[in-house]
Design a protein around this ligand. Structure first.
Ligand code: CA
Length: 234
């Protein structure tokens, strides 16, 4: 489970990071509203913890920017004496709120509840052309034939399939598939993509996994005649 915490109080941030990491969560931190908006819109999280009072951009502005693009569940942290903040947060697309000071266990419980809710709503069968990815059954087929994928290859394919049509950067793929940050080892991604591509596209005329130079990778249907050369941009 991956959580983004947007909060400027270092004490709260340290406390949450330590506690959630111990519980097995992958934790990203943004210390102001601008960074929060960037991370929340650029990457995928199971849930976001968003403080209202933030430097540069307040929590409502972050929420608004996020909701223009994504439905990632958001729990807002509000001050005890600002009841209007709760009402406004919920009205503008927050899924839940907690009043400061809050208990850690209460927060964890709410985070799990929100993450579960999203997972239940998420489609578990994704199709891209003749490719079907069954996220629950953990199997993928093309043209009715089962692809023989390793666990990591399946995870990589799932990440690309969930966002098919979107270009995913190597950094994003690294974080989503390996859940670690190893920028200097992006050849790990390249190697994994190469292996997946051989199995996914090798035997088929219509290629699905494309490299977008300088940007990343995208899973989508393109006609065979366009495949003579990788386009630089489009
Ligand atoms: Ca704050």
């Amino acid at each position: 489970m991956k959580v983004l915490i947007v909060e400027d109080e270092h004490k709260v941030v340290d406390y949450l990071r330590t506690g959630l990491t111990e519980q097995g969560w992958v934790v990203d931190i943004a210390l102001d509203g601008e960074e929060g908006t960037h991370l929340a819109t650029e990457y995928d999280y199971d849930v976001i913890v968003l403080d209202v009072m933030l430097p540069k951009r307040d929590g409502f502005a972050v929420l608004k920017a996020l909701r223009a693009q994504k439905s990632t569940p958001v729990i807002m942290l509000t001050a005890r004496d600002h009841i209007n903040d709760r009402v406004r947060g919920l009205r503008e697309g927050a899924d839940d709120y907690l009043t400061k000071p809050f208990s850690f266990l209460e927060l964890v419980e709410r985070l799990h509840a929100l993450a579960r809710r999203t997972r239940a709503q998420e489609s578990t069968l994704i199709s891209v052309g003749d490719l079907y990815v069954d996220l629950i059954g953990r199997r993928a087929t093309r043209d009715g034939l089962r692809l023989d994928l390793t666990a990591k290859e399946f995870q990589l394919l799932s990440v690309l399939a969930r966002r098919h049509g979107d270009i995913l950067s190597k950094t994003a793929i690294t974080e989503l598939v390996w859940e670690v940050d190893f920028e200097s080892h992006t050849n790990v991604v390249e190697t994994a993509i190469k292996r997946l591509r051989a199995k996914l596209d090798g035997p088929f005329r219509t290629k699905l996994l494309h490299t977008v130079r300088g940007m990343g990778y995208v899973l989508e249907v393109r006609e065979a005649r366009e495949m003579r050369e990788e386009p630089r941009a489009w």
